[in-house]
Structure formats: C-alpha cells, structure tokens
Design a binder for this molecule. Structure first.
Ligand code: ASP
Ligand code: MG
Length: 330
C-alpha cells in the first residue's frame, strides 16, 4: 500500500473544526487506498503564546525547560487529531517525538537529528493504525526533550517520509501553494505547479521562507517527493522536486533597513538570456542597481518604489515573460 505523510501546519489546526477537517482529510486518503501518516504542528499561535508565557514567568527560561514547554503545543495537536480520527471510526494513535525515537543532540531550541528509529510508527502502520506524530520534537540520549528549530514540524515530516520510504510527503497549509510573488502585493501572482528545492532555498535566502530550510535541505539530500497544498481546497498546489521549470519563476521582495529594497528573481537553470531579460526589465522600472547572484538575479530600488516595481517586474518577466520566451506556462 502506498504511504503518504500528511503534515498539517498550525493554521490548519487552530480550532476544533479545523482539527476535525485535517483528520477527515487523512481518513479520506485511507478510504482512497493510500495509507496516511500524519505529522502535526502546534495549533495556530500556541507556540508563540508559550514563548510569551515563559517570558512572563521567568527572567530567563533555561533552554531545557524552553524545549519541554514548547513541545507541548504539538502534543496537543497530535492527541486531538488522533482522537478525531478515532471518533470517525479509524484506528489512530498519537506519537511524540521521543516515542518515535527521534534521537537528537542536546542543542536545545535547534537540536541536530542523530537518528530516527520509528519502531512505534512502523508497528502502527503494520497494524492499520494511523500514527499522528507530534512535529518539532525529539529527545537527546539522556531523555531530555529537545526541539528542532522554528518550523521544525517540516523536518519531522521529511524524516518520517524517509523512514517509511513514503511515496509522497504533503504539507497542508492555509495557502494554495508557492506563488510567483506575494499575492497580497501582486494580484496576478499565480501558484507555481512545480518548484525545485534550489528555488525554495533561494527564496528562503531572500527572506521568503516557504518551508523550514533544514527540512528542504534534508528532502534535497534524500530526493524526497514533496507537495505543498491547501488544507481547505482541493487544488493540486505545488510540487517540490530536484528539477523545476526552466527560467525565472518567482520574485522575492526584501526590504532592508536603509530605505532600500531588493527584488530578486528566482528560477531554475537560469541562463544568460534570462539575465538579459531581467536586466532590461530592471532598467525599465528604474532600478538603481542590478546584479547576478549565485541562484538568482537581484535589483535594488528605493523602498517607497518597491511594491510598484515588484508588480512591474512580475508583469514583464513572469506574466508576459514566460510566453514571450516561448516557455509554457506550466
Ligand atoms: N510549532 C513550532 C513553531 O511554530 C514548530 C512548527 O510549527 O513547525 O515553530
Ligand atoms: Mg507553528
């Protein structure tokens, strides 16, 4: 039987109804003949609330207690989600990071993963029980609870996908997928159907982190199949893979302190022709400077002109650009 890891972010678990919806998605997948293994984040805002609580309680929370505290949010989600699955007639069980045998070093807050035994998960799958794994957590060799850095449930998801040799690892979120630019700033921005791991890393380096960087690096090293999609719609979302779509696919906007902004064009297998195309659009929008970087092209512009420039660049090199270049839109 095929296995899909289904990771749900906090915004998809923020209310009892949303937790039930997430459980229903897993249940539906199972009915369709694919075995679901869930990985869950803390319900929306809980992690930040716990951090605030800690700062209100102690002048300085010891790192060990910080991790013990922060891991609580994911444990809530896992138990609630497993309960929702059980009450809809499925066999399910919550699994914490330490029960899953996610062994880490003792670098609290951002622990390095040493190994994943996953016995309890494999056993559950073999008995037709849906495991719901609390993301973001592990334990060190002394049994101390550790956490995997902010956004670390993504890392848990890819670790479990690798452990089970899953056919797919899906990230369910409150967005439709990865956009060609921030849709709040660029109304014509579109969901990109296929994005390379390298593009995700480049977007992250330019201030547009769509997934935890550690998780993407891990997926890249292990060649895992990933998909980012909405928890609330049935859209296909974005596939993340080693190879993307040739050419410029997305724009990132980063505002820096001194009144300047940087717009970066990110793409796959970028060519000289893409660069000339970028330069001519950059000149047209009055960029103060433009340059080629390792995985992208960037331009600088005064911050107050940045959002208009972003829309201009999007329409000239992405909306119209893909056709002009003779490239297929998908
Ligand atoms: N709850 C943790 C955070 O907010 C981990 C995660 O969501 O992946 O960073
Ligand atoms: Mg979270």
């Amino acid at each position: 039987m095929k296995i899909h890891v289904m990771k749900f972010g906090g915004s998809s678990l923020g209310t009892p109804e949303k937790i039930c919806q997430a459980a229903a998605k897993a249940s539906e997948k199972k009915k369709n003949g694919i075995f679901p293994v869930m990985v869950v984040s803390a319900p929306a805002d809980i992690t930040d609330d716990l951090i605030k609580l800690a700062s209100q309680t102690a002048a300085q929370i010891p790192p060990r207690e910080y991790d013990a505290l922060l891991s609580c949010g994911e444990q809530m989600s896992a138990a609630l989600c497993a309960s929702a699955l059980c009450s809809s007639g499925n066999a399910a069980m919550s699994v914490t990071g330490w029960q899953a045998g996610i062994l880490t070093d003792s670098s609290f807050k951002e622990a390095g993963v040493i190994s994943v035994s996953g016995e309890i998960i494999k056993d559950a799958v073999s008995k037709n029980i849906i495991p719901v794994i609390a993301g973001f957590q592990g334990s060190d060799n002394k049994g101390n609870i550790t956490t995997l850095g902010r956004g670390g449930s993504d890392l848990t998801a890819v670790l479990i996908a690798q452990l089970l040799e899953a056919d797919l690892c899906e990230f369910y979120t409150d967005v439709k997928g990865i956009y060609s630019a921030h849709p709040a700033l660029v109304p014509e921005a579109e969901v990109i159907p296929l994005v390379s791991y390298g593009e995700i890393l480049a977007l992250g380096a330019k201030g547009t982190a769509v997934r935890q960087i550690r998780a993407i690096r891990y997926a890249m090293e292990h060649g895992l199949s990933l998909r980012l999609r909405s928890s609330f719609l049935s859209d296909e979302g974005t596939v993340l893979a080693a190879k993307g779509r040739q050419g410029i696919n997305a724009l990132a906007l980063q505002k820096n302190k001194n009144g300047a902004a940087v717009i970066s064009a990110i793409g796959y297998n970028l060519s000289e022709q893409d660069y000339s195309f970028f330069i001519s659009a950059a000149k047209d929008c009055g960029a103060a400077a433009f340059y080629e970087e390792k995985d992208c092209f960037s331009l600088e512009i005064p911050e107050k002109e940045a959002e208009n420039a972003l829309r201009f660049m999007h329409s000239s090199i992405i909306s119209n650009g893909r056709q002009k270049n003779g490239l297929q839109k998908d």
